[in-house]
Design a protein around this ligand. Structure first.
Ligand code: ATP
Length: 443
């Protein structure tokens, strides 16, 4: 059993009124069992298209899992579609009928007559008990392909899958597993990552390697298929090492780690503290940091110094500097960071000043221009970023917050192994990353 089709049934899904979380959940579970979902389909509550899709799915896949449309109402047509795809009649399953009656009895109610339909199963199929709701699931084989119809309600579907479908799939997979690892990178574009990883991303490889992009973060996903969890993990380890060799310090973390969590880990390791001085990000760096449990062990807090007045009074940015250089300038970013470090008595301080748009840009200082600053025991550093004048305000702000965290992360890494990083970047061919540091040092 290697290839599954997952079918989500419901007109409300087609209209975007309900977000289909069932398919994602099932795909992930099946992958963990070594069964790859090769098709995700969403079908409206219509008999003929659903029956047609079921036949196609059974012909193409080793396993079909479908959710929704098992309720008692007029638009719940899954059981009829299964019967039509099999070309059989529905019959009442006495045990299911009893369980539905008992479900209502436990709630002190009589079973409404139309719920009888939920006990109807296509001939030759089996009912799957639902301990959490009224709709039993249905198992049939269409041309020999096992096909499970589960309820649409996510917690009922999940419980039923775990109890009744997982053991069968696990048995059929005979120990085969698909394991996934995610490596997160920043400071590089998706195409740079694609270029550096091209040999690993070739189609048909095991492990397979792919990328997804989020604001300022590229995630490399590695999927390893193997006959045992140990072998899968070995394959992941080896692929991870190759990815890290090619991408060097652009890789900041793995799986659930975030830029903020790795920065905090390093600071805590070193018993160092951090404060922030934020202008255009309005506290986003603080939010990213305080999202991490235990962040108070390193993060002291900060100032949201949006106006020039607060930049002066809270952080000691000289009035003349603001007049001469403008609030969005390398000098102000550096001075904000130094001011926060002194004022809040932290070992490190991060600052951000920039133009998030959509207004306020000029040819010399366009929307998307952001300076992030760092002050620390090794001296100050500023990175100038141009995120593009067409970028949405929220994206510019999030990228700025992440760029600031990355400036500190790289400074902390640099202390450990500057030479190693230079070597890694040469190997990856990413030595021209858009990193500019005003004090002449390379971070
Ligand atoms: P019921 O007996 O509750 O009617 P059912 O099998 O008929 O169960 P549906 O009527 O299709 O299921 O859906 C019930 C509810 O489950 C929907 O209102 C929706 O909130 C949720 N649901 C259905 N399909 C999905 C899905 N693919 N992803 C997330 N939620 C879903």
């Amino acid at each position: 059993m290697e290839r599954a089709w997952i079918i989500a049934v419901g007109t409300e899904l087609m209209l975007g009124q309900t977000v289909d979380t069932n398919t994602a959940w099932l795909a992930e579970r099946l992958a963990g069992l070594g069964v790859r979902a090769v098709r995700h389909l969403t079908v409206p509550d219509e008999l003929a298209p659903l029956a047609d899709v079921l036949r196609k799915a059974a012909a193409a896949a080793d396993l079909v899992v479908l959710t929704g449309g098992l309720g008692p109402t007029e638009d719940d047509l899954t059981r009829f579609a299964l019967a039509r795809a099999l070309d059989v009649e529905l019959k009442t399953d006495a045990e299911s009928l009893e369980q539905i009656r008992a479900f209502f009895a436990r709630r002190g109610r009589e079973m409404p007559e139309h719920n009888v339909i939920q006990a109807q199963i296509p001939e030759g199929g089996q009912a799957i008990r639902n301990a959490w709701g009224t709709a039993p699931g249905i198992r049939v084989a269409i041309n020999g392909t096992p096909c499970y119809a589960l309820p649409g309600v996510p917690h009922e579907m999940q419980a039923m899958f775990e109890r009744h479908v997982r053991p069968v799939v696990q048995e059929a997979a005979r120990g085969r597993v698909l394991r996934t690892r995610r490596l997160h990178c920043t400071g590089v574009s998706e195409s740079q990552v694609g270029e550096a990883l091209a040999p690993l991303m070739r189609r048909g490889r095991n492990p397979d390697v792919g990328t997804t992009a989020e604001i300022g973060v590229i995630t490399v996903r590695i999927n390893a298929l193997a006959d045992s969890p140990e072998t899968a993990d070995q394959r992941l380890d080896s692929a991870e090492q190759q990815v890290r060799e090619r991408l060097g310090d652009s890789v900041f973390g793995r799986d659930d780690q975030t830029l903020a969590s790795v920065v905090l880990e390093r600071l805590i390791d070193r018993k160092a503290t951090l404060s922030t001085a934020e202008s255009c990000t309005g506290g986003m760096i603080g939010t990213l940091l305080t999202d991490v449990p235990g962040s108070s062990r390193a993060y002291l807090g900060g100032a949201v110094s949006y106006s020039n007045d607060l930049k002066q009074s809270l952080l000691g940015v000289p009035k003349e500097m603001l007049a001469r250089e403008g609030a969005v300038s390398e000098a102000v970013a550096r001075t904000m960071a130094e001011g926060a470090r002194g004022r809040f008595k932290s070992d490190y301080a991060l600052s951000v000043t920039g133009i998030a748009g959509p207004g306020g840009g000029s040819p010399a200082k366009p929307v998307g221009l952001v300076h992030v600053g760092l002050a620390g025991p090794e001296g100050p550093a500023v990175r100038t970023c141009r995120f593009g004048s067409d970028a949405p305000r929220q994206a510019i702000r999030m990228r700025a917050a992440r760029a600031a965290l990355n400036l500190l992360r790289l400074a902390l890494v640099r202390r450990r192994g500057r030479a190693a990083r230079a070597q890694c970047l040469r190997t990856a061919g990413t030595a021209n990353l858009p990193i500019k540091v005003s004090n002449g040092r390379y971070v």
